[in-house]
Structures are given as C-alpha cells and as structure tokens.
Ligand binder design. Structure first.
Ligand code: MG
Length: 458
C-alpha cells in the first residue's frame, strides 16, 4: 500500500492487521465505499480470520455513517457472500478477507449488485474519495441501519446443487476427503458433499483464523496430509480450499495433487461437449492445455491479464459462461461469474458420475505438458524499464503483452515472463511437451533478462 493513491491490488485491499490495515483505516475505507454507493443496501461478510469481527464493525461504521444500510451475513466463503448479493437483491457487498494470505493479513473486497468485484475504474473512484477525504457523511436522522441476515450458506449450497445431476452423483456414493485448511470453506463444503450422497472425511474443517494445520494457500507443498489421507482411505477424491474457499485444488484417488489449470481444462472439456463454440476466459498464466482443449472441442479462448477480477469482468462483458485460473479458481457462469470452490467441486463430481471414470483417468486423458518455473530478484524501480527492454528484444517472436511478456512457439511450448505485482521479482513460467524444452526455455530467457538488468543498472 506504499504507492500513492493506490489501495486496491489484483484482489482487493490487503495488508497486515494493525500495521497496514488498522481499524481507523478500515472505517475510512468503509466511508469511502459508502460515499461511492450513496445510501444503498450492502452485505458485509467475512472469512474466519482473527480480525474479522473487528474489521466488520469498523467497515460497518464507515458504511452506515454515509447512510448505507448494512446486512451482516457473518462468516462465510467469499462465493457464498457473492451469491447472496444477487439472491437478496443487494446493491453490493464488502467482504473482509485476505483469501490465502498468512494469518496476520486481512483485506477488503468490494462487489457490485451482481456479486462480481467492482471494475478498476470504480476502485479508482473509491480511492479518490478516500485520499481526498470527500466522505458524504449522512445527517443524524439518515444514518444507515444494521441488520443480521442468516442462512446464506444454505441458500448458496442449494444453488450450487441445481447446476449438477444430484441423483447421478448420489448413486455413486463417492468417498471424498475435504481439507478447507481451517478456512471458511469448512462451513459449506462438507454440507454440499453430504447432500451429494458422498461419504465425507474432513481434515482441518473447523474454522480457525490462526491456520494451525497448514498454510492457507492450497499449493502442492501444503497438501501432503490430504494426499496421504486420500490414498490411505482409498477415497475417490480429495479437495482443498484456500481461506475464503473460492479456489479449489484436487487430489486423485492415487494421491496425486493436480494443478488448477489441469482441473479447469477437464471442466472445460465436458463444458464444451455440451456448449460448442463457447468462449473460455483465462489469464495468460494458464497452461496451453486450455487452448488445446478449446481447439479440440470447439471453443474459443480469450486470454486476460492475471487476476480474478479481470476474468470475472471479461466474462461479464463477453457474456462468457466459463473461466478459470492456474491457481484453482474456476468461474462457472450459469451459477455466477466468480471463482467458486464449492461449485467447482460439484462440477468435478458431476463429471466423475457422468463418465463413470476415476479422477486419475479423467486427468490422464488430457494432453500432458511439462512445466518449469523460476524467478529472479529485480528492484521494483527498474521492473517497468526492464520489461520494456525485454519486450523490444523479443519482437521477432511477436510477444503477447497482455500481462508481462508471453511467447508462444509452434511446437506448443510457451513462456510467460512477468514482474510480480507485490514482490521485487520477475517470474518465469514455461511449459512444453518435453521437460528438456521447458527447462531450456527458462534457462535461455532468464539469462537474457539478467543481461538486460545488468545494462540497466550500469
Ligand atoms: Mg481466495
């Protein structure tokens, strides 16, 4: 939050509790959001962090001071709160969550009346109100009211269930091991799975904002317990969520943990079999697999910048029905154009029930890619200059500059070179049909970037 007049990052406002994000700051943000909405009805909900109630009170204070009515929905997965916005005809929501960040963080997301995070243009309007302190405080007799709204998680789970063949899934009696990582997903996923007739084994399913058992991000290195449990119990599937349960990562019956874009490609394949010609929205950080599946099953891929908001907003603009991210975010438009862990879980079980195939078989049927990732340190001050110089150097490959530099090659290999939005680093993400090729792509472009950085520094 050091950059002047900038508060929102790729996924809302984030910061360390009582350092970057203090109650005073959150009251003012609440007042800025309330001024932007102008006397509207807004939901306030939160994930399971230790600072959730403190910030819910602070943001509610700012919102009601500017004349907005607040409906407090309590602790819930982010997608459940987003769904409740439309279900209850609200004008928007303020969600207190830091998603997958460590426990000392918290954050704020703002949605419009469709439950989708507001656009960058609207974020700028809120930032301007905040920095110019142009709060429209209400007269004493026009202060907003505060209400409690119960039952949104049940409504959300029931809505998810309408998009899959419940009867077919129930007949299979799948054994699913679910690991919400002590996040808000523990309030929705076990209930959904039981409704779908699954035998449920839950790990880390009590909500605990200290995240005592595993880091909140569902990365391969954090899901060892889940993988072991799935195999040891001979379960059919394992699924893990991040802290606010909008992202999901799956483990097959053999205990193998799968990258988010492979699971997404599986959903894409079965979606395209029913929806020929559909538009699929995904960030440039996703695997080429997404395009290969689209080419094979009659879809059309639209590549975006990295970030869930831009995927949601692009889907809305193009009326696209499916989006997905490499990190395990799947956006299923018929339900809602936001990433949604429970919806993704139901879709996977639907595919398993329909095909009668095991998860490892379904994923094994997808084309295989080898992925190589790396990063180098680069001071924030020269990131932009370095990216520009590198883009020029790569002109002969016709670089895609949607976000960073992406190079596509004819042998279906590709590399994305992108400065981190938050850390002083450049990331490399290559994939190819052989491991050697992927490694070679990273090695070559890393060397070129280091050379350029030396020139810029001297
Ligand atoms: Mg999240």
């Amino acid at each position: 939050m050091s950059q002047e007049r900038r508060l929102f990052g790729t996924n809302g406002i984030r910061g360390i509790v009582n350092q970057d994000l203090t109650p005073e700051f959150v009251i003012n943000i609440g007042a800025a959001i309330g001024t932007f909405f102008k006397h509207k009805r807004l939901l306030v909900g939160y994930d399971g962090r230790t600072s959730n109630i403190m910030f819910a009170h602070a943001v509610t204070s700012g919102l009601t001071a500017t004349g907005c009515d607040v409906y407090d929905v309590g602790t819930a997965p982010t997608p459940a709160i987003q769904y409740a916005v439309r279900k209850h005809n609200m004008d928007g929501a303020v969600i207190i969550t830091a998603s997958h960040n460590p426990p000392e963080y918290n954050g704020i997301k703002v949605t419009g009346n469709d439950g989708i995070e507001i656009s960058r243009e609207d974020e700028i309007k809120i930032e301007n109100i905040f920095f110019d302190k142009k709060f429209n405080l209400a007269e004493w007799n026009k202060i907003g009211q505060t209400h409690t709204l119960n039952g949104i998680i049940d409504e959300y789970v029931e809505a998810v269930e309408t998009h899959v063949n419940i009867g077919a899934i129930q007949k299979k009696h799948f054994h699913v091991v679910v690991d919400p990582g002590n996040g808000a997903g523990g309030l929705a996923a076990p209930r959904l799975l039981r409704d779908l007739g699954c035998k449920v084994t839950a790990l880390n399913a009590n909500v605990d904002g200290t995240f005592p058992n595993r880091p909140s991000e569902p990365r391969v290195e954090n899901l060892g317990d889940l993988a072991v449990a799935v195999k040891a119990l001979s379960a059919d599937l394992g699924v893990a969520y991040d802290g606010d349960a909008d992202r999901s990562v799956f483990v097959d019956e053999k205990g193998e943990i799968h990258a988010g874009d492979r699971t997404f490609a599986l959903i894409e394949k079965y979606f395209l079999l029913k929806n020929k010609g559909a538009t699929i929205v995904t960030p440039v950080s996703s695997s080429y697999l997404v395009k290969e599946i689209a080419d094979a099953y009659g879809g059309n891929v639209v590549w975006t910048k990295v970030g869930s908001t831009v995927v949601s907003q692009t889907m809305k603009k193009l009326k696209a029905k499916l989006g997905g991210e490499e990190n395990g975010g799947v956006f299923y438009g018929p339900h809602q154009a936001v990433r949604d862990g429970a919806m993704t879980t139901a879709l996977i079980l639907d595919i398993m029930a329909k095909t009668g195939k095991k998860m490892s078989t379904l994923l094994g049927e997808l084309p295989r890619y080898f992925i190589e990732k790396d990063k180098i340190e680069c001071p924030n001050e020269i990131k932009e200059q370095l990216l520009k110089a590198f883009t020029e150097l790569m002109q002969k490959y016709k670089p895609d500059t949607t976000d960073g530099v992406k190079l596509w090659f004819e042998d279906k290999s590709s590399i994305l070179i992108r400065p981190s939005g938050t850390e002083p680093i450049f990331r490399f993400y290559a994939e190819a049909k052989t491991r050697q090729k992927a490694e070679q792509l990273v090695r070559k472009h890393k060397a070129q970037l280091v050379q350029l950085m030396k020139k810029i520094k001297t």
